[in-house]
Design a protein around this ligand. Structure first.
Ligand SMILES: *[C@@H]1O[C@H](CO)[C@@H](O)[C@H](O)[C@H]1NC(C)=O
Ligand SMILES: *[C@@H]1O[C@H](CO)[C@@H](O)[C@H](O)[C@H]1NC(C)=O
Ligand SMILES: *[C@@H]1O[C@H](CO)[C@@H](O)[C@H](O)[C@H]1NC(C)=O
Ligand SMILES: *[C@@H]1O[C@H](CO)[C@@H](O)[C@H](O)[C@H]1NC(C)=O
Ligand SMILES: *[C@@H]1O[C@H](CO)[C@@H](O)[C@H](O)[C@H]1NC(C)=O
Ligand SMILES: *[C@@H]1O[C@H](CO)[C@@H](O)[C@H](O)[C@H]1NC(C)=O
Ligand SMILES: *[C@@H]1O[C@H](CO)[C@@H](O)[C@H](O)[C@H]1NC(C)=O
Ligand SMILES: *[C@@H]1O[C@H](CO)[C@@H](O)[C@H](O)[C@H]1NC(C)=O
Length: 168
């Protein structure tokens, strides 16, 4: 009897561990260590992770894991740059570095996120007086997804510095 109870307890514990959701990071540069996936940045010439001539130059050391990936300044609205991120899970969170005051003036962030045939827009104007950059800003969260494979894409109509995604 004691053995059966012990066995049941072990099974219950395994079941709880299996069902406890965990968060995994998709870094802008090193990607998803668990699924061995990297984000895709297209077109290639529109992206950089060490842009020295860009208007927006956040400190890499302040970014998550020391890296970010940003659009160059040549934004083409009729043919926007985009990021594709694949993940398997039930939730996705996107973290960017947002810019405020730049040498060229104020700055607008404007993106469209496409996920499971739905579109979401995120747009924001500078928040004056809050410093040049705001690091690790959550700009998108969706936590009611079916537990399957998803592709999220981000169309970029402005300057943008992508730092990381987290999925559950
Ligand atoms: C995963 O991370 C997001 C964003 O930080 C957080 O809101 C959520 O509670 C986390 N979920 C788990 C299961 O830790
Ligand atoms: C952080 O970057 C290092 C390489 O610089 C890499 O080996 C590691 O997997 C990265 N960690 C995460 C959580 O992405
Ligand atoms: C900057 O990044 C590009 C590709 O993203 C690479 O070819 C180049 O060597 C890098 N330059 C420096 C100074 O790290
Ligand atoms: C950026 O990192 C430096 C050195 O680690 C730190 O002193 C500074 O407060 C950080 N800035 C922000 C905005 O997090
Ligand atoms: C912007 O994209 C459109 C459509 O692909 C293209 O025709 C145009 O030449 C591009 N403009 C620049 C400045 O690259
Ligand atoms: C964002 O970009 C789209 C596509 O160019 C445009 O239609 C929309 O008006 C822009 N939104 C803002 C707030 O600038
Ligand atoms: C940003 O400012 C422009 C011009 O003042 C305005 O049209 C737009 O609605 C603002 N966007 C947001 C997201 O506040
Ligand atoms: C998700 O994709 C991975 C890699 O392609 C695959 O191994 C896995 O079975 C897929 N999961 C589902 C639920 O389709």
């Amino acid at each position: 009897m004691a053995r059966i109870i012990l066995l049941l307890a072990i099974l219950l514990q395994a079941w709880i561990i299996r069902c406890t959701p965990a968060n995994y990071t998709i870094d802008d540069t090193t990607g998803d260590a668990r699924a061995q996936n990297l984000p895709f940045y297209l077109p290639q010439g529109s992206w950089s992770n060490n842009c020295t001539e860009c208007d927006m130059q956040p400190e890499a050391q302040n970014a998550s894991n020391g890296t970010y990936t940003q659009t160059r300044d040549n934004v083409n609205i009729s043919n926007p740059a985009y990021i594709n991120i694949d993940f398997e899970g039930t939730a996705i969170y996107l973290f960017f570095i947002l810019g405020n005051e730049l040498p060229s003036g104020s700055i607008t962030t404007n993106i469209t996120i496409r996920l499971d045939r739905q579109e979401y827009t995120f747009s924001r104007n500078s928040t004056q007086g809050t410093g040049f950059f705001e690091y690790d800003q959550l700009v998108f969260a969706k936590d009611t997804l079916p537990n399957t494979n998803h592709t999220l894409s981000i169309d970029v109509y402005s300057v943008l510095a992508f730092d990381r995604a987290v999925y559950t």
